[in-house]
Design a protein around this ligand. Structure first.
Ligand code: ZN
Length: 303
């Protein structure tokens, strides 16, 4: 009787956990980055929290015929959040419309690194991400968003959107410690070798800059984790994650988990625990993943 009760309890706990997990869809397939190497890291970052189940949808490769695109029909509305690891050709109009409707109706969207280079011409997408880089972005795309002297600036001076120097480790600093995504985390931590995106431009509306890092190029605090609202939807936008070694960082894992949960539900409960190995201001915390990193970080150039 006791063992039956125990197994019933175990079964119930497992069922509750499964029912409580959030369904997430990662989109990849084209990128000027190694999406085939980084998507498994994103998947691991989400799944290792126990809070998510993750599917991946891969677009046709660059230059595919229209029939290949017509066969790509992700059902965004089946998911609590969509994570983009995509930077490539425009999606077909029907998919763009479905995605816009999904987020506007309350879906969660997470933009990772070069996903904010995507779709410079797609207005709704740029409203969702707030700011982006490259792809011809300039002052016509919107202001350059940064933090200086504790204030958020929207700089409308003419100039191209998107810049970064050589990859390096850098300190990420929390600007809003009250948000569920940053709550309880150290004010500053050292992030693994990555590109420090700067001079990002866009509509920059309905945006809350959660964290920044000081750029060598601009000497101001450039946003690197942001949240936005798009109608009823929530967007978590991280500019971090150039390579697998940039993502295999306990700070990145934690922000991606919390950001995805927040985008999906509007709060952070399942992923609220601060990991014991969270990085400090002086030490990066590397996440160990079997077979990784596959990419080799560039060595700093000798002066
Ligand atoms: Zn990059």
């Amino acid at each position: 009787m006791r063992s039956l009760l125990l197994s019933l309890l175990v079964f119930t706990a497992a069922a509750v956990q499964a029912a409580d997990q959030l369904k997430v869809l990662i989109v990849d397939g084209q990128n000027n980055h190694k999406w085939d190497i980084t998507t498994p890291v994103l998947k691991n970052a989400l799944e290792s929290s126990g809070a998510f189940t993750v599917d991946v949808t891969t677009t046709p490769p660059k230059g595919s015929p229209a029939e290949a695109w017509q066969a790509w029909k992700p059902v965004f509305s089946d998911y609590a959040a969509v994570v983009s690891n995509y930077n490539g050709e425009p999606w077909p109009q029907n998919v763009r419309d479905a995605f816009t409707k999904y987020v506007a109706d309350g879906g969660g969207f997470v933009s990772v690194h070069a996903a904010n280079n995507s779709f410079p011409e797609w207005k709704e997408y740029n409203d969702m991400i707030g700011v982006g880089g490259w792809g011809g972005r300039n002052e016509k795309s919107g202001p350059w968003l940064y933090v200086k002297d504790g204030k958020l600036f929207r700089d409308t001076t003419a100039g191209n959107g998107g810049a970064h120097g050589p990859q390096h480790e850098f300190v990420v600093e929390i600007q809003n410690p009250e948000h569920p995504i940053t709550r309880g985390l150290p004010k500053r931590w050292l992030h693994a070798k990555d590109e420090l995106y700067s001079k990002l431009r866009g509509p920059a509306e309905n945006v809350d800059v959660l964290t920044t890092a000081v750029s060598d190029l601009t000497a101001v605090k450039e946003p690197n984790n942001l949240v936005l609202s798009y109608h009823k939807g929530r967007v978590f936008h991280t500019t971090l994650g150039h390579a697998d070694y940039s993502m295999l960082d306990r700070g990145f894992y934690t922000l991606l988990q919390r950001g995805t949960e927040w985008a999906a539900t509007g709060d952070v409960e399942r992923t609220a625990a601060v990991p014991a190995d969270f990085p400090t201001e002086t030490a990066v915390s590397v996440v160990k993943l079997e077979g990784y990193p596959k990419q080799e970080a560039p060595k700093p150039k000798k002066p």
